[in-house]
Design a protein around this ligand. Structure first.
Ligand code: RP5
Length: 165
């Protein structure tokens, strides 16, 4: 999956079974009009493709990589090992440990090679994309205005909340 313009954000995941979670990141990128690419890159089943993806990410124009994986979720960390493009890790819920294993696998990077790690599941995927938008907004004033407007919408929605008392 590739947006028409040259992608600036890469969304990768270890399996097509991660898509239901990771599509939440793609939805946010679409909402903000950020050109992206999305594909399956499995760390343990496609290690050579994983390294090529990471090694070429920066020269291909990617400015952030959102990497989702479940279980022994080594994809974000291994991608981060091969690129200086910021890697935003999304723990995908796993069958037996509900993604707590994924979270700990992704977040516990040794000092020196960071992976910015988000919440387990849909919220994490969406927030990873919002962070990618914020990274791009540092040098894109139009995107910054869109992000500010998005925040103000949430403020207004919270202010309009009522309780059944
Ligand atoms: C990881 O293993 C993937 O990220 C996925 O979350 C998990 C299960 O993969 P499948 O067996 O569904 O392909 O590599």
């Amino acid at each position: 999956m590739t947006d028409q313009a040259k992608p600036v954000v890469g969304v990768i995941m270890g399996s097509s079974s991660d898509w239901d979670v990771m599509k939440n990141a793609v939805d946010v990128l679409k909402q903000f009009g950020v050109p992206f690419e999305a594909q399956v890159i499995s760390a343990h089943r496609m290690p050579d493709e994983m390294f090529t993806y990471a090694e070429t990410a920066r020269s291909r124009g990617l400015r952030a990589i959102i990497a989702g994986a479940g279980g022994a979720a080594h994809l974000p960390g291994m991608v981060a090992a091969k690129t200086i493009v910021p890697v935003l890790g999304v723990p995908v819920p796993s069958k037996y440990l509900r993604g707590e294993d994924s979270l700990l696998s992704i977040v516990q990077m040794p000092k020196g090679v960071p992976v910015s790690t988000f919440a387990i599941g849909e919220a994490g995927a969406a927030n990873a994309a919002l962070t990618a938008v914020a990274i791009l907004a540092a040098t894109d004033e139009l995107l910054a205005e869109k992000l500010q407007a998005f925040r103000l919408e949430q403020t207004a929605a919270a202010q309009a909340m009522t309780l059944p008392v």
